[in-house]
Design a protein around this ligand. Sequence first.
Ligand code: SF4
Length: 295
Amino acid sequence: MKPWQKLLHWFDREGRKLPWRNTRDPYRILVSEIMLQQTQVTRVIDFYRAWMKRFPTWNALAKATNAEIIHAWAGLGYNRRGLALRDIARSIVTNGIPKTRNEWLTLKGIGPYTADALAVFSLHERHWPTDTNLRRVGGRLWLAKPYPQMSDDERIHKFADAWIPYTGRFFDLPQAAFDLATSICTKTPTCSTCPLKDDCLAAPKFLSGKVRTPKRMIKKTKEQIHPGKKYPDRIYRGRILSLVRQSESPIVISKIGALIDPTFSIIDQSWITAMIDRLIKDGLLAKSKNKLTLP
Ligand code: SF4
């Protein structure tokens, strides 16, 4: 049996049944891919279902206002993603659905990973959408690297191209590899239970017990933290947005600092103002005189 067949057999037995799988609808695929950026699968499932009920089509989403998007996205975090998704829907309603990976790539908000995912799941083209998970599986399987890095991506794509078949269910392989990456081929993999253990170049290294697990596989992006504050600015921006979203009337800007930060003092006002300006620039808030509302 070919390695990819072993992986698919394993996937059929052990793979997760997720609501955005078993579809070629690019809308459903894109919604899931954008939601899954920086948010875990288990958290996304309920949000995805609610979103599809509220905005079932490109058209429905394209008509949504910023305020409707901000309400619907509440709780997922990184709110710009919701507006970016709506903007893509508007572009698609005007110009049509892209027919190739490269056409997807021309849309603002779609990077190489998302274009690959759309091309393989929706268009059934042969791709290996290389995020952290597929990099880990591919780099171990083909390059014998226990902890592959982004600089390995080009070689991973070359090996993937030779490995992925031209027929059969090749379009299910990335989802299968994704489930393998999150259950068996994890940071410290359990190779003895892996369907690919006889084909994987890194398996002997792990099975010999000589691989040392690095403390951190990827350096976390440094988040901006204001001097003297406990959390990154991202958390305080989220609090400002929640405050305005939950309020029935506009909120006076000068009151916001004390409402979102128990340690707020007047010297923090310029920091708060800068965060509000950023939220307005991102289209997430609107300002009228000295008050804030949703746009
Ligand atoms: S054998 Fe081990 S390293 Fe290779 S793909 Fe399977 S779990 Fe990952």
